[in-house]
Write a protein that binds this ligand. Structure first.
Ligand code: DWN
Length: 417
């Protein structure tokens, strides 16, 4: 079955500063969009492949993808649902409670969540009587949010939508964006919209994977078509200041392999920038994020990991061992595609999300079953494709491990537990 490869989506300019000095440092090959899981009847159809390459802008040092897959293809029907993980649910609950306390939010205040998914985060504000509004383009998830009573706009967040919300509903005391800013192509329009919608002393809080963690823990499989940007504080300072905004605080958070939470306010708001911002900038200088060699070294390390993993799986298969995958994740699809892991190497994958069960992974067509299959079978090894939930999953599968089953974990280094 032929696969159509789209190289036409290559960018010519940096999405943050417009420079054309884009230095490509790693190519992971071409592969389907990472969440495009297939039904049985689609297996014989042609799949669309998109180049997955990463570059760094030598002007503002934003790390970004070299190709942009149209957002409608990736996000109109979306299968990433963080609320399926207890780790993420408790993360959202603590996050919401912390914001309500810090900014003394009440029923008079409006909180808007950009990329609100199934409304899980906003639900924690709503239960405390805070006014909420979700914005998300995934029609399948917007329906779920609305059924939970979370008002949600079924669209991408843009400055024109921000203008409409401001006119129809009013300004926001808080705007949140968890794992969505990295997915947005037009960062300048995002800032314009956010600036329009925030109260004078309003705060925008965004969470996204942190570039330093990606580089240091070699989390190359978090590079996929959905993540257009890989943020550090250095380029973000420039982005926000261009739009009359300032970073007032930064925190490191453990989710998704190491993320940062950035607090942004209007330049003339009552909030002052904390020293944390300067500390992050100093740290990033020490990590040489504005040196091309940093990215060349990362690319070399990734190629080593690929070889180690493929050799290990081939060795186990030659010994007649049975290996399956755990967590039909976007990152897992990138890992399998880049390392050439086929359905002959992994018999099947188990996953907790009902949307994904009964479907097949894009490209290599490995079947996905419910986790309960591991109660009945004991494959010799499980390749943990959702390593960001290692604790939760290893705990959940203690019985499989007591029966002698072992997990192969690749991040931050290849090891078996
Ligand atoms: O930005 C994004 C990152 C944060 O997450 C999204 N664009 C896409 C998404 O990437 P992902 O698909 O790699 O996400 P997850 O949430 O890391 O995928 C985990 C997978 O593992 C899910 O399909 C659910 C599954 N899972 C499971 O089977 N049992 C997860 C847990 C916690 C479990 O116990």
């Amino acid at each position: 079955m032929r696969n159509k490869t789209f190289s036409k989506f290559r960018i010519k300019k940096c999405r943050l500063c417009g420079s054309d000095r884009l230095h490509k440092f790693l190519s992971l090959g071409s592969m389907p969009a990472p969440n495009s899981f297939l039904r049985q009847e689609q297996l014989k159809q042609e799949e669309d492949y998109y180049p997955l390459e990463i570059c760094v802008c030598e002007s503002c040092w934003l790390v970004q993808l070299s190709h942009v897959v149209p957002a409608k293809i990736m996000f109109k029907n979306y299968l990433y649902i963080p609320s399926t993980s207890t780790t993420m649910l408790s993360h959202f609950k603590t996050f919401a409670q912390d914001l309500i306390k810090t900014y003394e939010l009440s029923s008079k205040d409006l909180v808007i969540d950009i990329g609100s998914n199934d409304g899980a985060l906003l639900g924690y504000f709503k239960e405390r009587e805070v006014k909420v509004l979700g914005v998300d383009p995934a029609t399948n998830l917007v329906q779920v949010a609305r059924l939970k009573g979370i008002d949600t706009v079924d669209d991408f967040f843009t400055s024109s939508l921000a203008r409409k919300i401001k006119k129809d509903i009013g300004n926001a005391a808080v705007i949140t964006a968890t794992n969505v800013v990295a997915h947005i192509d037009n960062l300048n329009d995002l800032c314009k919209g956010m600036s329009l919608l925030l109260d004078k002393n309003g705060v925008f809080i965004a969470e996204f994977p942190y570039l330093v963690d990606l580089l240091e823990k070699k989390e190359f499989d978090t590079v996929y078509h959905e993540h257009l940007s890989y943020f550090a504080i250095t380029p973000l300072l420039k982005l926000f200041s261009t739009h009359g905004l300032k970073i007032i605080d930064v925190r490191k958070i453990p989710v998704h392999g190491g993320s940062i939470r950035v607090y942004v306010a209007k330049k003339h708001s009552k909030y002052k920038s904390s020293n944390k911002v300067k500390e992050f900038i100093k740290e990033e200088k020490l990590k040489k994020l504005t040196h091309k060699s940093t990215y060349e070294n990362f690319a070399r390390e990734v190629k080593t990991i690929k070889k180690e993993l493929v050799d290990l799986i081939k060795k186990f298969r030659d010994e007649g061992k049975k290996i399956i995958g755990y967590g039909a994740s976007a990152k897992g699809n990138v890992l399998m595609s880049y390392c050439g892991i086929t359905k002959e190497m992994l018999d099947y994958i188990v996953d907790s999300i009902s949307y994904k069960q009964g479907r097949y992974t894009p490209g290599n067509h490995i079947p996905i079953y419910p986790e309960s299959r591991l109660e009945k079978e004991t494959p010799d090894y499980v390749l943990l494709l959702a390593w960001n939930f290692a604790d939760e999953i290893l705990n959940k599968q203690s019985k499989y491990r007591e029966r002698g089953g072992q997990f192969i974990i690749i991040i931050p280094s290849l090891h078996i537990v």
